[in-house]
Design a binder for this molecule. Structure first.
Ligand code: IPD
Length: 276
């Protein structure tokens, strides 16, 4: 079995550099445009930071493949093959970035033979660094992470994100799902505007579960390794194994809470990352 520890070190260095670029870009005027819907935002900085990450990684690992949020939006095929593949979200929480709302992250995941091997997520506003390598634990600024062991949903804090679709039918299902989570009753539901950072809160045990329809493989890849290495579950919204390209996920500290969330959810169809 190949040792990918050198890739983790490289990913950490690049995430820190990319994070610095995001930190200085947030203070400057932003050129904002939209992608799939008017609420799916992108800025010049998203493109520049993705270019910085991919060009640095490509120089180091010329044979590796890349899936990046902005390259995919520009038409590069989003396809996970057996080759070593980096899966990158240069600025997760672009809407937060536009508003200087302090929940913005750089996310770098890495897969080999379609298996997620490592993940690095850097919180650009507070400098928190989440890292994990398969079989070697998950860490936040070097301190080992452990998910919440809570099994009772009435004591759970649940996280979700809204997704880019805002048509009435989608919003009805979204709000219906949230109503079910609130009326369980749970302790509460939170939306912070960054899927990757929300997923890191599951890894750190600050919240018990996360669910979302409409996120992408670059929102899940790094975080899935971090949560699993912290002892948690990252699965499909049907309760089956995670399908990285399916644009839906449930994550939780315990299987009991994951199963509870799965049973409540009515699906929202966002299509697949590998079919667009
Ligand atoms: C988005 C954010 C948002 C979530 C979307 C993601 P982006 O990522 O994480 O909170 O609702 O599904 O795609 O576009 O800011 O990188």
């Amino acid at each position: 079995m190949e040792d990918w520890s050198h890739c983790l070190d490289v990913a950490v260095q690049i995430a820190l550099r990319a994070g610095q670029a995001v930190q200085s870009a947030v203070k400057q005027e932003k050129q904002v445009s939209s992608k799939s819907t008017p609420t799916d935002l992108v800025t010049e900085a998203d493109h520049q930071v993705e270019e910085l990450i991919i060009s640095t990684l490509r120089e180091k690992y010329p044979s590796h493949r890349f899936i990046g949020e902005e390259s995919s939006a520009a038409g590069v095929k989003c396809e996970l093959r057996d080759d070593p593949t980096w899966i990158i979200d240069p600025i997760d929480g672009t809407c937060n970035f536009v508003h200087s709302f302090p929940m913005v992250a750089v996310s770098i995941g890495f897969a080999v033979k379609k298996e997620l091997e490592l993940g690095v997520i850097y919180h650009c506003f507070d400098g928190t660094l989440y890292t994990a390598r398969k079989g070697h634990g998950a860490f936040c600024n070097g301190v080992r992470l452990q998910v919440s062991k809570e099994k009772d949903v009435s004591k759970a804090l649940i996280l979700t994100e809204i997704g880019a679709k805002r048509d009435p039918a989608t919003l009805d299902i979204f709000l219906g799902n949230m109503k079910k989570m609130l009326s369980a009753p749970t302790h509460g539901v939170r939306i912070i505007g960054s899927s990757t950072l929300a997923l890191c809160h599951i890894a750190s045990g600050a919240a018990e579960a996360y669910y979302q329809y409409g996120l992408h493989c670059w929102d899940i890849a790094a975080a899935a390794v971090i949560i699993r290495e912290a002892g948690g579950y990252v699965i499909d919204t049907t309760g089956g194994p995670l399908d990285l390209m399916s644009r839906r996920v449930v994550a939780a500290g315990t299987r009991q809470i994951a199963d509870y969330v799965v049973k409540q959810l009515q699906p929202i169809n966002y299509g697949r990352d590998d079919l667009t």
